[in-house]
Design a binder for this molecule. Structure first.
Ligand code: ZN
Length: 183
């Protein structure tokens, strides 16, 4: 990550909105933001395969579901936060991962400039590819600041997205099971 470039850009941006970049409250802001970017965009330099490649032999191949995984992301259209919960399920094909690795996978894709629909699909695809799972289903419920603090100003609107892969796509009963479990 080019922190110098970020700091230059923040100074330009502040000038652009008509601020005095040398006043006390703003003088360290470019540095604060460049440090923050390392954290909130850490997913750009991270890879889900790092977390999903350490697997264990599955004892059974029933659906595994990790729900209510909190995340924070940044909408790539406005660079404003969207945040909420991700629910991740998969059907193993002989291999499982540690539960915390599913949350790590959510973070890899959340900590990037994102759109919710794409993030939902990327999590499911990573699980299918890295684990060779028989199926995967991911649902994300999120609030978008670009919907609530600007534009149409809908405070409580939530955006819900989900994707199905493999057995989940063809089996509506499995999808219903998933929806019941995350309720
Ligand atoms: Zn937006």
């Amino acid at each position: 990550m080019d922190k110098e470039k970020i700091e230059q850009a923040v100074r330009l941006f502040l000038e652009g909105i008509g601020e005095n970049v040398d006043r006390e409250g703003l003088v360290d802001t470019p540095r604060r933001i460049s440090n923050m970017c390392e954290e909130i965009f850490a997913g750009l330099e991270d890879d889900a395969s790092k977390y999903l490649s350490v697997t264990f032999e599955a004892q059974n191949n029933e659906m595994i579901i990790e729900k209510d995984i909190n995340f924070y992301s940044m909408c790539e259209h406005h660079i404003l936060p969207f945040y909420g919960k991700a629910h991740v399920a998969y059907i193993p094909n002989g291999k499982v991962v540690g539960i915390s690795k599913l949350a790590r996978t959510v973070d890899v894709f959340a900590k990037r400039p994102q759109i919710q629909e794409q993030m939902t699909a990327q999590i499911a695809d990573a699980i299918m590819e890295e684990l060779g799972a028989k199926g995967a289903m991911v649902m994300i419920e999120a609030k978008h600041l670009c919907m609530s603090m600007r534009g149409i100003k809908k405070q409580d609107a939530q955006t819900v997205t989900y994707v199905t892969r493999g057995e989940f796509t063809s089996n509506v009963d499995l999808q219903d099971k998933f929806f019941n479990l995350v309720k």
